[in-house]
Design a protein around this ligand. Structure first.
Ligand SMILES: NC(=O)c1ccc[n+]([C@@H]2O[C@H](COP(=O)([O-])OP(=O)(O)OC[C@H]3O[C@@H](n4cnc5c(N)ncnc54)[C@H](O)[C@@H]3O)[C@@H](O)[C@H]2O)c1
Length: 299
């Protein structure tokens, strides 16, 4: 028994929307907090479109879609989470923003049993935990993108996380959400990003040096190594802003050149070329633009 019956998610972007969707599809009521009403509306749209795609591809029936939709509430006030059993923070990879969210969550949560989890890719969990009065009940629960598709969750207890918190979080994500867990120590990048991000940055450096085109770099890794996506297409999927923020955390932790964000990545972020979510990164995503412009399906 995890005692987790109601979940809160803070941030309804790429990851928060996916986390909320998998909770609702597992029959768990979920309240999502966005920074304002416009962002809340966009977040809900992101989820309903993803559920629609699942129905269109035969992965979900229409009745389950309606049931899942009915379990999702999107609001713009963090106070709405005061009585939830597990709150998963999924705001952008910016330490000061996350610290602010954890401080506010700490002040609104009333239940002693509530777990505060972070979906951070690279910020050490202890830094967020010590912004609260309950560091024993703070844990890293790192989902992968796209959340409804990828089964992995990295579970990251900090030095102060209690074994009960870690066990409850693990039971929830495996038993209730059907995910697979790997446990990792609280170091920037954990397991997957510590290995993946230097590879992605190396692909950006290869493009930057003019060695090959973006298309050929990606085709090389797809056709030559059977990767489902090339490194630049994967960076577009993750988001160039998120990739740069992860690289900065890794570089700040380890001071190794392989983690340092290449100038081309920084210039593209500064230009607003963030990958799929902005319609253009290393590749251009016309279908994303068409989808963003289409009217929302009425509920
Ligand atoms: N993108 C990926 O592939 C990926 C994979 C795993 C983990 N992560 C991690 O998940 C987290 C979120 O990343 P993302 O890709 O979903 O980012 P995103 O930019 O797509 O979404 C972040 C959302 O948070 C919202 N937000 C900002 N400030 C807020 C606040 N104060 N209160 C409530 N909402 C707020 C934004 O409006 C936005 O909708 C980051 O820590 C990232 O490192 C990302």
């Amino acid at each position: 028994m995890t005692g987790i019956e109601r979940v809160g998610v803070v941030g309804c972007g790429l990851m928060g929307a996916g986390i909320a969707e998998v909770c609702a599809r597992a029959d768990v009521p979920v309240t999502i907090v966005e920074r304002d009403t416009q962002a809340a509306r966009a977040g809900l749209l992101r989820i309903t479109r993803s559920l629609d795609r699942a129905v269109a591809h035969g992965r979900l029936d229409a009745a389950r879609r309606e049931a899942a939709t009915g379990l999702i509430t999107v609001v713009d006030q963090i106070e709405a989470l005061h009585d939830h059993d597990l709150v998963i923070e999924a705001v952008p990879e910016d330490e000061s923003l996350k610290l602010d969210v954890f401080t506010r969550l700490d002040s609104v949560i009333t239940g002693d049993h509530t777990i505060l989890a972070t979906n951070t890719s690279s910020i050490p969990v202890i830094r967020l935990a010590t912004a609260t009065t309950r560091p024993d009940r703070v844990v890293g629960v790192h989902f992968f993108n796209p959340v409804p598709v990828l089964r992995l969750v990295e579970l990251v207890p900090s030095l102060l996380t209690s074994p009960t918190t870690t066990a409850r979080a693990e039971d929830f994500v495996t038993g209730r959400l059907g995910k697979e867990v790997v446990r990792t120590r609280d170091k920037a990048g954990f397991i997957v990003n510590a290995l993946l991000v230097p590879y992605l940055l190396a692909a950006v450096r290869m493009l930057e040096s003019g060695s090959a085109t973006a298309e050929d770099i990606d085709r090389g890794m797809v056709l030559g190594c059977a990767h489902p996506l090339g490194p630049l297409a994967l960076t577009d999927l993750i988001g160039l802003d998120t990739t740069r923020a992860i690289a900065e955390s890794l570089y700040a932790e380890f001071r190794e050149p392989q983690y340092s964000p290449p100038p081309l990545l920084s210039r593209m972020v500064e230009a607003g070329l963030l990958g799929r979510k902005s319609g253009r990164g290393f590749h251009v995503y016309e279908e994303h633009r068409r989808e963003a412009a289409a009217p929302a399906r009425p509920r």
